[in-house]
Design a protein around this ligand. Structure first.
Ligand SMILES: Nc1nc2c(ncn2[C@@H]2O[C@H](COP(=O)(O)OP(=O)(O)OP(=O)(O)O)[C@@H](O)[C@H]2O)c(=O)[nH]1
Ligand SMILES: [Mg+2]
Length: 386
């Protein structure tokens, strides 16, 4: 399961985003450090369901919009120098350990200062908030490395020392995989471990951070943010969002007052609403029309499909009807790394199926495909076991 982390300074809207994306109710407040213990819940990324190519809908999507589960973690706000224990300190970093990718929620409205204290909208330039998360993560990882530096140097003198293995052991605490360690070592030009000092540890930490914790900035509160701030953040790759608008739409949809599927660029009022409710929904409509949606779904999709390079693959047992053994159409969807092969899909389903993998059949061509085939987004595949 992919884990997406929500991080950023206090009061930026992380818990609001979390509640909107998961339908869990996390505590929200207009003051710093509302969240102390992390919230965890299930969110989803959205993609086109292959059942649109069939005569009937599969029953596992919403009119062709397929939602594939991912885990979402909303952590306590962090302030500069958190790695030294400021604010709530290091705890949030430990909670980001499992995160495969991080959404950095930035308050684009300029209505909170760098510590998350409310100030007049437009008075704090959010561009100042963008870099510090990366720095804090790097210093956290560098701290783990330097704390273990003496041990590493000592181990490096033993005959069967393996640098990747040793670093992998040290860095499990930050959630770096052995593949991340291997790739990071290839990207940096460092002397043998026996000669490392703190600056070498910091250099490696930068690479490890980039590989194991990619960050997507999210420009939140666009409903009240000055255009200048939003544009500047978007130019820097941020996805504009209004978590509060998304929360309002999801709640109204659950109450059957509107028809809205997360990620849509429009919605329709279908139920009885009071004048006040209607006015609120029309305000949200203004945001949705201006930005092509609330951005919450887009942020999740961009993080998983673009930053983590995932594709969606659908295993089936019947390659003609795209069903499982019980006749369910396209029952499961798996998020695989780009370049994944049918065997990787088999392992994603279950390690036994991976071990017993014999060959695979393409659900569209109805033909056997080679083991080296790189699956594409929306692949429908029958796995045949030995
Ligand atoms: N206008 C506007 N306000 C928002 C939006 N998202 C969140 N807020 C408000 O911003 C304040 C902080 O929201 P939270 O979700 O508690 O922020 P947080 O980042 O989790 O804060 P901490 O837990 O303290 O770190 C609350 O008053 C929210 O209602 C948004 O999209 N637009
Ligand atoms: Mg919070």
């Amino acid at each position: 399961m992919i884990t997406v982390g929500l991080a950023g300074k206090p009061n930026a809207g992380k818990s609001t985003f979390f509640s909107a994306a998961t339908r869990d109710d996390a505590e929200v407040g207009n003051y710093p450090f509302t969240t102390i213990d992390a919230n965890r819940g299930m969110a989803a990324v959205r993609t086109e369901c292959p059942c649109e190519e069939l005569d009937e809908r599969c029953g596992n999507c919403r009119d062709g919009r397929r939602y594939v589960p991912v885990e979402l973690v909303d952590v306590a706000g962090l302030v500069p120098d958190a790695h030294k224990g400021r604010g709530l300190g290091n705890q949030f970093l430990d909670e980001l350990r499992q995160a495969d990718v991080i959404l950095h929620v930035v308050d684009a409205s300029g209505g909170t200062d760098e510590e998350g204290e409310p100030v007049e909208v437009g008075t704090h330039d959010p561009r100042e908030d963008v870099e510090f998360l990366k720095d804090e993560l790097e210093m956290w990882i560098a701290g783990v490395l330097t704390d273990n530096l003496n041990g590493l140097v000592r181990r490096s003198k033993t005959p069967d020392f393996d640098v990747e293995e040793a670093l992998g052991d040290v860095l499990t605490g930050v959630g770096a995989s052995s593949a991340d360690v291997r790739r990071a070592l290839r990207h940096v030009d460092l002397p043998p471990v026996g000669d490392w000092n703190e600056s070498h540890a910091e250099e490696l930490a930068g690479e490890i951070r980039a590989l194991s914790k990619p960050i997507l900035p999210v420009a939140n509160k666009v409903d009240v943010a000055p255009d200048e701030y939003v544009e500047a953040l978007v130019d820097n790759g941020a996805v504009p969002t209004s978590a509060e608008s998304e929360l309002a739409l999801r709640r109204a949809d659950e109450a059957d007052v509107i028809d809205y599927a997360p990620g849509d660029a429009s919605f329709e009022i279908t139920g009885d609403v009071s004048d006040e409710q209607r006015a609120g929904l029309e305000r949200v409509r203004g945001v949705v029309e201006e930005f092509g949606g609330t951005g919450v779904q887009e942020a999740l999709d961009t993080a998983v499909y673009d930053l983590l390079n995932r594709i969606t693959a659908y295993p089936v047992e019947n390659e003609n009807r795209w069903t499982d053994g019980s006749g369910n159409v396209l029952p499961d969807a798996f998020l695989l790394r780009e370049g994944a092969t049918p065997r990787d899909l088999a392992y994603a389903i279950h390690s036994d199926i991976g071990d017993d993998y014999h060959h695979a059949v393409d659900g569209r061509k109805k033909q056997r495909i080679s083991d080296e085939t790189e699956l594409e987004e929306g692949a429908v595949v029958k796995i045949v076991t030995a």
